[in-house]
Design a protein around this ligand. Structure first.
Ligand SMILES: Nc1ncnc2c1ncn2[C@@H]1O[C@H](COP(=O)(O)OP(=O)(O)O)[C@@H](O)[C@H]1O
Ligand SMILES: [Mg+2]
Length: 362
């Protein structure tokens, strides 16, 4: 049993400066929760609070039903992996990994066995006698993970562990971390500002902005049903197109072009009143080229293509419509030149947000 519960957690630095604002998250035993948000939104502060490196101003943090607020960090049964690795340069890889066990006075024979098991798991057995200075970034990161694993803690915390690695290695380590989690099944809280990392690793994602949880949900939830404009904008690459519009006759009319879109049925109640200011969110992949006839769930528009960015299998096609620059993700080669093009919107997949509060309308 190692579920983590954050209950009405606040953190202030001074009376005015609220860094964590009413955080309520339950992480089930074995779950992989990702805290995602822009730089400075409070991710590390929350992780450090869970680890016991900072005190919270109010609220409760519990692990396996036990309130941790007054438990010092070394007694919390939590291991943390930092972005900076924080290895001891004068110790070998083996000594670094063994260190947490040595601190706990685990006998040498048991220590050696645990270190060798972890080194095998992370495929660093051949590096065991080297010093950190003789390792690559990816290898150092493995050692840091090994040092966390060796204690078999109830909870793993990771603070942007891959952000110092180059792009290729980052993707490789991401896959390995996921496999490792499948194998060990330990409760994990993982901090990143990288939405792709969040989407690929998480069982659920908590999206933070200015110390407030904007949405807590599965990767599918936050992508397909973003709770507000902030989440819609933060998740997805290329970014969602956000277009000002107004409700009329149960439909939405884009400002600028007057294009009328029939919204998904779930928004019907919110759009009953005419003249409501809304923001329409259209994912780039919800556009395709208009070939043949559409149906009543699609709308064709005149686009003015300004730029085509090939990515290999797909092209990101930038175009203007409704007086705004937008992007469409199309199969490579469907549009080959700038200028007029006819695109089709899958209106059944659009999201609609309140024009003022930015909240999703269903
Ligand atoms: N000791 C401190 N005193 C005042 N403000 C702080 C302190 N530590 C962090 N902050 C502020 O708290 C906010 C959140 O920081 P942090 O949790 O490190 O963000 P993240 O990890 O999401 O980038 C930032 O605006 C930062 O400037
Ligand atoms: Mg941080």
């Amino acid at each position: 049993m190692s579920s983590l519960s954050l209950d009405r957690v606040y953190k202030y630095y001074g009376p005015q400066l609220c860094i964590l604002n009413d955080i309520n998250i339950d992480v089930a035993s074995g779950e992989f929760l990702v805290l995602l948000g822009p730089s400075g939104c409070g991710k590390s502060t929350l992780l450090h609070a869970i680890a016991g490196l900072h005190k919270i101003s109010s609220g409760a943090i519990s692990l396996g039903g036990r309130v941790l607020n007054d438990v010092p960090c070394q007694h919390r049964d939590i291991a943390m992996v930092f972005q900076s690795y924080a290895l001891y340069p004068s110790m070998t890889v083996g000594e670094n990994i063994a260190f947490p066990l040595q601190m706990r006075k685990v006998p040498k024979s048991l220590r050696d066995k645990a270190v060798s098991d972890v080194a095998n798991l992370l495929q660093i057995s051949h590096l065991i006698d080297r010093k950190p200075g003789q390792l690559s970034g990816g290898q150092r990161q493995r050692v840091a993970i090994g040092r966390a694993l060796v204690r078999e803690p109830s909870l793993f915390l990771f603070d942007e562990p891959l952000s110092n690695l180059d792009a290729l290695l980052r993707v490789e380590m991401r896959t390995e971390l996921k496999k490792l989690h499948h194998r060990m099944g330990r409760t994990t809280v993982y901090v990143t500002h990288d939405q792709i990392e969040a989407m690929t690793l998480a069982s659920r994602i908590a999206i933070l902005d200015t110390g407030v949880v904007q949405q807590l949900g599965t990767p599918g939830d936050v992508y397909n049903r973003p709770a507000n404009v902030f989440v819609a904008n933060f998740i997805g690459s290329p970014r969602i197109n956000l277009l000002p519009a107004i409700s009329r006759g149960g439909r939405v009319v884009l400002e600028g072009s007057g294009t009328v879109l029939p919204p998904p049925a779930e928004f019907a109640a919110a759009l009953r009143q005419d003249g409501r200011k809304v923001t329409v969110g259209i994912r780039p992949e919800n556009y395709r080229t208009a070939e043949g006839n559409g149906d009543d769930r699609t709308v064709d528009i005149d686009a003015d293509v300004t730029l085509i960015e090939p990515t290999g299998s797909d092209d990101v096609v930038f175009f203007r419509h409704s007086g705004l620059e937008q992007s469409a993700l199309l199969r490579a080669g469907l549009i080959t030149q700038s200028g007029p093009a006819r695109l089709r919107v899958e209106a059944s997949r659009i999201n609609i947000f309140d024009g003022e509060s930015g909240k999703r309308l269903a």
